[in-house]
Design a protein around this ligand. Structure first.
Ligand code: ADP
Ligand code: MG
Ligand code: MG
Length: 252
């Protein structure tokens, strides 16, 4: 049982001139393993900033508040240490890793996080199984990470990492963006398989309600102007679908 606690988190983005532009204006959120929280908000509201800040991206400066995972101060950890502590981020725009195959990348990531290499005898089968479940061709394992991947392939690769790594907390930033309906279903099924273990907490960041038809959240948070302005259950997503963000913009 794990708990991610975000308290009054305030974050600025570092601009090239060295100035700080405040983005997160005091975020409070608690996610426990087995729970799925949807963060929904308009473009530019700071959703990706929240994800990157928890993951430790150097472009963002924490100016106040705290983030802990099972009582451990996450903000004091390096990016690698955060991953080893059980945090996982699927980025909105996954980056290319030239010269590194999917198979090598996943094995290296798994080794770094578990602290030991996966057993050779079982690893190949595990990898093949994960790829089959996400309906990826076996040749995919030999391609370089994200190089020339379609939007759907990038997202499937992220979910494959999720399934193999089984983190304590998974932050999925707009995993639904750019997916056609079949890819959205396949990716959602992958998330739901990990969810069914009850051992991972999810922060599902999304702009549209579409993915929430496949992955039903336990809690919905409306995110506007760098903070949470409304919270509720799944019915809040339905309200957003019907009415849009307009009535919440005034609350920012
Ligand atoms: P969302 O994911 O909700 O669309 P973001 O977190 O990407 O929002 O961005 C929030 C705000 O921070 C936006 O106004 C965006 O322009 C600004 N921002 C984010 N990153 C940078 C950056 N590197 N330089 C300047 N502004 C940024
Ligand atoms: Mg955006
Ligand atoms: Mg974003």
């Amino acid at each position: 049982m794990s708990t991610l606690e975000i308290r009054d988190l305030q974050v600025s983005v570092k601009l090239p001139e060295g100035e700080l532009k405040p983005i997160l204006a005091g975020v409070d959120l608690t996610v426990k393993s087995g729970e799925t929280h949807a963060i929904m908000g308009p473009n530019g509201s700071g959703k990706s900033t929240l994800a990157y800040s928890i993951a430790g991206h150097p472009k963002y400066e924490i100016t106040g508040g705290s983030v802990t995972l099972d009582g451990v101060d996450v903000l004091e950890l390096s990016v690698d240490e955060r991953a080893r502590a059980g945090l996982f981020l699927a980025m909105q725009y996954p980056v290319e890793v030239p010269g590194v195959s999917v198979a090598n990348f996943l094995r290296t990531a798994k080794t770094a996080i578990d602290g030991e290499a996966p057993k050779l005898r079982t690893w190949a089968g595990e990898l093949r199984g994960a790829m089959e479940k996400l309906q990826m061709d076996p040749s995919f394992a030999q391609r370089n990470v994200n190089e020339g991947f379609s939007g759907g392939e990038k997202k499937r690769h992220e979910i494959m990492q999720l399934e193999l790594i089984k983190p304590k907390m998974a932050i999925l930033d707009e995993t639904d963006s750019g997916l056609d309906i079949d890819a959205l279903r396949i990716v959602s099924e992958g998330v739901n398989r990990v969810r069914a273990t009850g051992e991972t907490g999810f922060l599902l960041i999304t702009h549209y309600t579409r993915i929430l038809r496949y992955i039903q959240p336990d809690f919905v948070h409306v995110f506007v102007g760098g903070k949470i302005v409304e919270e509720g259950g799944p019915e809040l997503a339905e309200q957003l679908e019907a009415e849009g963000y307009e009535k919440f913009l005034a609350k920012a």
